[in-house]
Each structure stands twice: as C-alpha cells, then as structure tokens.
Design a protein around this ligand. Structure first.
Ligand code: HAM
Length: 420
C-alpha cells in the first residue's frame, strides 16, 4: 500500500475508531501469530479455514504457530489471559487493521493477506448485543456513504438443538450424497450444516428444499432469535431472515449475520459475525456469552472506490518554504521547523533545487508557498503564494506563522484569544 493510498485507509480507520468509541468499545491489539492449537480448538478443525487456508509453520523451538486467520480467537485468548472476565462485564473490545492471513485463491476482494475491523462483546447474553452490533455496522457503512446494503440474519441454535437439526439434515441428504461434491461428502459426517454454504450448482440444487434450522430451534434459541428481530424492528433496521447463512467458522451459537451489498458478487459478504457463547469456556476461560463481527477493510475500500465515495487526497503539506538563493536556505529551513512546532504541515527543499525546481515540487504537494529572500526579505517580509488561486501577498516574517495558521483554520491559542 503506497503513501498515496494510505490516506484512504486512514479515512476509513478514523470512521471506525469514532464508531467503536460511541458504542463503548476499547481497542485490543493481539499478536500476528498464535499457537496453532488456538485456531484448531477455536475456529474448528472441520472448517475450510483450518483445513485448507492457514499459514502454519514451525518456529525455531519446534512449536507450531499460525498467522492469524481471523480475529476472534486471539481476542478471546487475550480476554482469558488478561483475566478480563474478573472485571466489569460486558467487556467490549475492538480491533482495527488487524492483518489476517488465509491461503485462498486470490481474486478481487479475496486476498491472502487482508485487514479486519472487528468488535467483540464478552459477557452479554441478551440479543441487544447482536442488535447493537448490527446497528453499529450499518451506521459505519452509511457514514461512509455506502448504500444498497442488506442485513441477513439467521440462528444456528445451540449444540443441543443443532444436533437434532444435523440428524434431520443427514436424513434428508443421505440418499443423494453420491451426487454431491467431495467437500460436501466430507462435511456430511463432521459438520453437515456447512453443506448449505456450498457454492456448487449441483449441491445447491439438492439442498434447495432441505429442512430449515429455524424449525429445529429449542425454546431458548427461538425466543432469543425472536427477540433480536423485535429489537431490529424497534430500531427500524431492515433485515432478512436467511436460513442459509451458516458462516465458515465453528464457534457460532444462536445468531449469525452478514451484511451484503445488493450489487455485490456472490459469496463476497462485506462483513459477518454472530454469537459465540461457548468459545471462552472452550478455550479455557469461565463460561461467558459473547458476540461480535469482523469487516474487511479491503472490501470496504473496494466498494467505496467503485461507488466513487472516497474523499480527495488532502494536500500533503500546508506550506512549502522556498529559498530564493542559497543564502536564504537556512531561513527557509528554520521557518519550516518553527511551523512544524506550531502545528503546521510544512516542508522545504532538501535537494539543492533551483527556485523553479522548488516551485514544481511545491505545486504537487503544498497548499501555500512562502518565498524567503530578495527585496521582500530586506524589508523584513516574505512572499506568500496561494497555490490554488495563484494570488500573492507580502507578509512580515514575524507574522507569517500566525497568518498561515489562520488560513488553514487553526484556532488561536487561549493566550492569543485573550490578547486578541
Ligand atoms: P469472516 O466472515 O471469515 O468472519 O470474515 C469477516 C470479513 O473479513 C468478511 O466479511 C470480509 O469482509 C473479510 N474477509 C474475509 N476473508 C477475506 C479475504 N480473503 N480477503 C479479503 N477480505 C476478507 C470472521 O473472520 C469472524 N472472526 C468475524 C467475527 C468476529 N465473528 C464474531 N466476531
């Protein structure tokens, strides 16, 4: 990612941080790699991520380590190791720009290294948690200017009701298993729910009329799902119940959700998440209900780019201080440093360029140019040039920092306000 693209990332990240703080989430930063065991136990050893997509290798101490293939397991480990369960709950954390590695077939929007923003809430069993996560996501996407979004929700129940559903699904699919792809055949025994996620036409046809998990939910899971829908309705959040949203990670219980661009490519959700009430305990912590989501920064940026919703790159610097002659270079340099100390983005020549060369450079990066030297300097002044309107004016050297400050909208300090 080159500097001229980085501002787009900073723009999106700024919106994310602002959003997370309004919802009461604090940042967590977890390592890029973890013990492989964490993901085997957390993400699930029947998932595509674990079976096919992890970057796993041995370190010099012969330990198996894996580059983070998703953000939740690391957040859970930090929650347990940091004994955050002993603090006030719910404990709300977000991660931003976390690098995630998956050995997938690279294509637009599907990368081997991508970055996620995620929000995870530990210790809240109420569906208000999922409702606030979904509304936070929608708010973020709307504040970024993205439209035509659809929220798909589903419940995949708890281990008890899912077992009954798996049985029904196996009975339904059993007779036609031979017609299905090899991945579905593998999933049939270990994790039949994932068969519903298969993108192969022949498998999709067979599962089209399969029983729905929603008909097998136990009372608690059903009531939880109904209450979530009531909350979304109370907040006027449009949603679609979609029993085919099953997600690609094993830790989910009850609610799962995805946000999809209506114009988007099939299989490319903008973001996804859900509840994972069993994961903290499964990874060695006390039983703690939890829910969260992850959203890919590259996918958001791709969408913003294609919808023309990214802001223009701001000027790299406010002021370029040009030196008329070699004798003026020390003044230009010193003025630059003083401006920086005063909070102005400033630069000067570092390549012994002629005045023409300095102007060319300034024209690309700066909003204003200050020319140090000549008759103006003899009068104790410098020349200030607006690079957009090309207008020029002479400003006393002692005033130039304050003048630039007011041009770029800097607020005067309290002392100046009192004086002024
Ligand atoms: P996930 O659906 O696997 O969920 O990924 C979340 C988001 O990351 C996707 O919706 C997408 O925007 C982005 N993403 C995933 N894979 C790629 C890729 N190869 N290239 C580019 N972007 C990608 C999780 O990872 C869960 N940990 C989310 C979660 C958090 N659930 C609960 N808490």
């Amino acid at each position: 990612m080159l500097p001229q693209e980085a501002y787009q990332w900073q723009y999106v990240e700024g919106k994310m941080r602002h959003l997370a703080s309004r919802w009461g989430y604090r940042e967590v930063r977890t390592p890029v790699f973890e013990h492989t065991e964490l993901f085997l136990r957390g993400v699930g050893d029947t998932t595509d991520i674990v079976q096919k997509e992890m970057y796993t290798f041995k370190d010099k101490g012969d330990r198996s380590i894996t580059l983070k293939p998703e953000g939740t397991a690391g957040a859970v480990r930090s929650f347990i190791e940091g004994r955050m369960y002993a603090d006030v709950l719910p404990c709300k954390m977000y991660y931003l720009n976390a690098p995630i590695f998956r050995y997938e077939n690279p294509q637009a929007g599907r990368l081997r290294e991508h970055h996620q923003f995620g929000m995870e809430c530990f210790g809240g069993k109420d569906p208000t948690v999922e409702a606030e996560l979904i509304e936070a996501l929608l708010t973020l996407l709307k504040e970024l200017g993205l439209e035509n979004l659809s929220v798909h929700i589903n419940s995949i129940g708890c281990p008890t009701c899912r077992a009954a559903y798996h049985k029904a699904l196996r009975e339904y699919l059993g007779g036609r298993l031979g017609e299905m792809c090899s991945t579905c055949q593998e999933r049939f025994e270990k994790n039949p729910l994932r068969i519903l996620d298969c993108k192969e036409e022949k498998c999709k046809k067979i599962t089209a009329e399969a029983p729905s998990i929603l008909d097998y939910l136990c009372d608690e899971c059903r009531q939880h799902f109904e209450r979530l829908q009531k909350l979304l309705e109370a907040r006027k959040v449009p949603y679609k119940v979609d029993p085919r949203i099953v997600r690609g990670l094993d830790y989910y219980t009850k609610t799962v959700f995805e946000i999809i661009m209506q114009s988007g490519r099939e299989g490319l959700a903008l973001c996804g998440g859900g509840r994972y009430d069993g994961l903290v305990e499964q990874l060695g912590g006390p039983a703690t209900p939890a829910a969260g989501f992850g959203i890919g920064l590259e996918r958001i940026l791709m969408e913003l780019r294609s919808q023309g919703k990214l802001p223009e790159e701001p000027s790299v610097i406010d002021v370029y201080n040009a030196a008329l002659t070699d004798e003026d270079r020390t003044l230009a340099f010193s003025l630059t440093e003083d401006m920086r100390l005063a909070g102005i983005k400033a630069d000067c020549d570092h390549a012994e360029r002629s005045l023409k060369g300095q102007f060319k450079y300034a024209g690309k990066l700066a909003r204003y140019t200050v020319i140090c030297g000549g008759d103006e300097l003899e009068r104790g002044n410098v020349r200030l040039r607006d690079m957009q309107t090309r207008q020029e004016e002479e400003v006393p050297l002692g005033e130039i920092i304050r003048r630039i400050g007011s041009l770029i909208g800097q607020k005067p300090t309290t002392e100046e306000t009192v004086k002024g």
